[in-house]
Structures are given as C-alpha cells and as structure tokens.
Design a protein around this ligand. Structure first.
Ligand SMILES: [Zn+2]
Length: 136
C-alpha cells in the first residue's frame, strides 16, 4: 500500500474545479493526497450511462485508487457552467443521484460524496437540504 492517506475525486476536466475539490477532500476526509479522475461532465457520464466503455474506464481508475491507495472516500463533483455537460442545476442533481447509485453499485468499501460547485466555485455537499432548496 502507498504511504499517506488517499481520497478519490471523480471531477470535471474543467480547470476551475480541480483545486477546490482537492482542498475540500483533503480537509474533510483528512487525506494527504487526492487521486483525481477527470472527464468532461462526469456527472452526466455516470448519470446518463450512455457510454459503457467510458464508465468502465472511470471504474477502473477508481479501483486503482481504492485498492492500491486505500481510499475510503469517493467524491463525484458537478459544477455550474459545465461545458461538457451543459444542463440545468436540477438535471445535474438528478444525474449526480444516479451517479452516486452507480458508484455504490461497484461495491467498494467507501463513502460516496456528491459535490456541487456553484458560480463562486466553492464546494457544497449535495445533501437533502440542498436538494430541497433546488427542487422546491
Ligand atoms: Zn465541467
């Protein structure tokens, strides 16, 4: 096993999302390092599930982070103004819900943490209160 503690982030390739998510995972999970898996709009990829090969590629990368680095926490991040997945916030939240379900179905012994980055690119956990706020 690698030295230090690791967390995993499935994040957008968008450069605005990297540092905030990385910092959040280090602070909240006590991780020394964050293994980052980037795709354009990963919530759309894992939520809509239209590209099985790409999903398997993401799953394999998560597996390395979990099995080789001992990660116990997997973030799935979505964000405002996503060029790779330009949908409304409500749609992002539906996609994130399905993405969380899919990631859990992979069977890793990990907590899955859904994250949203709004206009300010600050990290917010997508919890029930946030969902209620958005969905009304
Ligand atoms: Zn994006």
């Amino acid at each position: 096993m690698a030295q230090g503690t690791f967390a995993t982030a499935i994040n957008c390739m968008d450069g605005r999302t990297q540092l905030p998510v990385n910092r959040y995972m280090k602070e909240t999970c006590g991780a020394d390092y964050v293994d980052t898996i980037t795709e354009p709009g990963p919530d759309g990829i894992l939520g809509d599930q239209k590209d099985a090969a790409l999903i398997e590629s993401i799953r394999k990368r998560v597996e390395i982070s979990v099995l080789k680095h001992g990660s116990k926490n997997i973030a799935i991040a979505a964000h405002h103004d996503c060029a790779g997945n330009p949908v409304e916030l409500k749609v992002h939240l539906d996609q994130v819900d399905r993405a969380v379900e899919l990631i859990r179905s992979w069977g890793f012994d990990c907590t899955v943490i859904p994250l949203w980055l709004g206009e300010d690119f600050e990290v917010r956990v997508i919890d029930d209160a946030f969902k209620e706020e958005v969905r009304g």
